[in-house]
Design a protein around this ligand. Structure first.
Ligand code: ZN
Length: 83
């Protein structure tokens, strides 16, 4: 369960530099991503049937979001300055 209470859906997986596999769950409500290490009792074939994702950390995802937000804000400032 995510913070907004929506359903988390597995959208893909990636492999960390240390060889560890991680499943990416995304919230269908707000797009929040969570990374779960694959446990020994997880169905590995099922995981590999998901789409392969670019390896990332939650820190990177947050930074990307912040960047997108700043870009949007910058556009708004540009419009205000032009007006
Ligand atoms: Zn959510």
């Amino acid at each position: 369960m995510s913070t907004c209470g929506s359903v988390m859906e597995p959208i893909g997986y990636f492999q960390r530099p240390n060889g560890e596999y991680v499943i990416v769950h995304m919230c269908l409500g707000c797009g929040f991503e969570r990374f779960n290490r694959i446990a020994a009792d997880d169905d590995f074939d099922l995981i590999l049937s998901l789409s392969a994702q670019v390896p990332r950390t939650s820190y990177e995802v947050k930074a990307q979001r912040l960047e997108a937000l700043l870009e949007k804000q910058q556009e708004q400032w540009d419009v205000e300055e032009a007006g």
